[in-house]
Design a protein around this ligand. Structure first.
Ligand SMILES: Cc1cc2nc3c(=O)[nH]c(=O)nc-3n(C[C@H](O)[C@H](O)[C@H](O)COP(=O)(O)OP(=O)(O)OC[C@H]3O[C@@H](n4cnc5c(N)ncnc54)[C@H](O)[C@@H]3O)c2cc1C
Length: 414
């Protein structure tokens, strides 16, 4: 399996991978194992955050998406998507919550570098680069569901309920966002809101940059999640939340411009998911070669060996599809969008089965919190729902393949 990983990487990427792997193996994994009880502290502030972010800051992975002129870590643009994928996978091998936190910084910084006016970049990028605790969040999902927005059908009923209106020289935002990664801790939010009601989501949705201390923005709660618990997922309320006119990043066609965020975004989600699967495989491979039952180490029992083969095959299949999606995005190929949806969906389903094997092969130990393998099952479960559910991803794939039939809205006739 290692050979397959190596084949896709350049010398420079291997060096980067080795640095991150050393950080994960020496700092992240031991920290997570030692602090497993803190995952269950219901006070989000008490769950570890800063400790690991400082380590990530030290080795330069926090600032990957920030332009070099503002203190970011430079990446070769030709192979940037592959590099993000490898870093996301390695971090998630250690802890998927930590990977979630960092990935949002990269993705949002990449988005801002492309769409934010220069003076806002000059204001925010240096702050993000310098402060290890600086987190960002990307807010689309609302209490009335996200699936319609992921599809997206350009019909009025699928538009966001969060609204923004220009009043004088300010945009005034009203609404609610839920399930937002880093929502509880972020210092800067990108928020999507309807600005042209009735126009359809791709023609009437704008994006705004909202600093945490903006009056009218309330962080309403931290969601207690099943997995990824070292990332604090949050819910936000906007009540006459006014931002300066220039904080509108993209007016009306924000969803179209955000493709830049979504395509590599799906690859990175799949890569984080793969990291969880790889951790499950490594721990299980180690366990079955050392733990004795029935007079033999477990791997000598054929049923166990077959499950391990199944795990390895699934992981390699996900990696193969991931690498193909990376190539398509980097080549700006027409099938990039479909491949990104495929790998995000396929990874979530296959890796959930990989971790199920891991838990079963660990027997009772697989269920015990202090043993730590069940965490991988919990972490993997989140990927079935994030960045579109499995069913909605399948729908998007079919819409991409057959835009003239499957892509047409199935709702009321015009
Ligand atoms: C850990 C985590 C992190 C997240 N982070 C973010 C974030 O940072 N920013 C953000 O904006 N959002 C975030 N989300 C939200 C995520 O994108 C949504 O949860 C996801 O898209 C599903 O939307 P929903 O929860 O509203 O489900 P719903 O849209 O209510 O769907 C419920 C069920 O109905 C099905 N369904 C809905 N519509 C259809 C349809 N038309 N046809 C067939 N089936 C349908 C769905 O497949 C699903 O099974 C996060 C979610 C999780 C779990």
């Amino acid at each position: 399996m290692q050979e397959m990983i190596e084949r896709a990487l350049s010398q420079e990427q291997r060096m980067m991978r080795d640095t991150i792997r050393a950080f994960v193996d020496k700092e992240v994994t031991p920290f997570i194992r030692k602090n497993w009880e803190r995952e269950w502290d219901m006070k989000p502030e008490n769950r570890p955050s800063r400790e690991l972010l400082e380590g990530a800051h030290r080795i330069g992975v926090r600032t990957l998406g920030i332009p070099e002129e503002f203190g970011g870590t430079p990446l070769d643009p030709e192979t940037e998507v592959q590099t993000f994928a490898l870093v996301a996978e390695e971090l998630s091998r250690g802890d998927s919550g930590l990977a979630d936190k960092l990935v949002q910084i990269w993705k949002i910084c990449k988005l801002l570098a492309n769409i934010a006016p220069r003076h806002l970049q000059e204001r925010w990028f240096p702050q993000i680069a310098e402060d290890p605790s600086f987190l960002l969040a990307h807010c689309l999902t609302e209490p009335r569901g996200a699936s319609d927005r992921w599809l997206p059908y350009d019909v009025p009923e699928a538009m966001m309920h969060t609204r923004a209106a220009l009043k004088g020289d300010k945009w005034v935002i009203n609404g609610r966002k839920q399930f937002i990664t880093n929502g509880y801790d972020a210092k800067l939010y990108v928020v999507y809101a309807t600005t042209k009601p009735g126009a359809g989501i791709t023609k009437g949705t704008s994006s705004f940059l909202v600093p945490r201390d903006t009056p009218g923005l309330t962080v309403a709660r931290c969601n207690e999640t099943l997995g990824g618990r070292f990332m604090n997922n949050g819910e936000l309320v906007f009540e006459d939340c006014a931002v300066p006119r220039d904080h509108c990043l993209v007016e009306d066609i924000a969803m179209t411009k955000a493709g830049l965020y979504f395509r590599p975004g799906k690859i990175i989600v799949a890569a984080k998911n793969l990291g969880v699967g790889m951790a499950a495989f490594e721990r299980t491979a180690d366990y079955v070669q050392n733990y004795v039952q029935g007079g033999r180490i477990l791997i000598k029992h054929q049923a166990v060996a077959m499950r391990l083969a199944d795990m390895a095959t699934k992981l390699n299949a996900v990696r193969a599809l991931l690498n193909e999606a990376v190539r398509a995005v980097e080549a700006k190929a027409p099938d990039a969008d479909v491949l990104c949806n495929m790998v995000k969906m396929f990874a979530s389903v296959e890796i959930f089965q990989v971790v199920q094997h891991a838990v079963e092969l660990h027997g009772g130990n697989g269920i015990m919190l202090d043993f730590g393998v069940e965490k991988l099952l919990r972490d993997a479960s989140l990927f079935l729902h994030r960045d579109a559910t499995v069913d909605i991803s399948r729908f998007k794939i079919v819409k991409g393949l057959f835009p003239h039939t499957a892509g047409i809205y199935a709702g009321p006739e015009p």
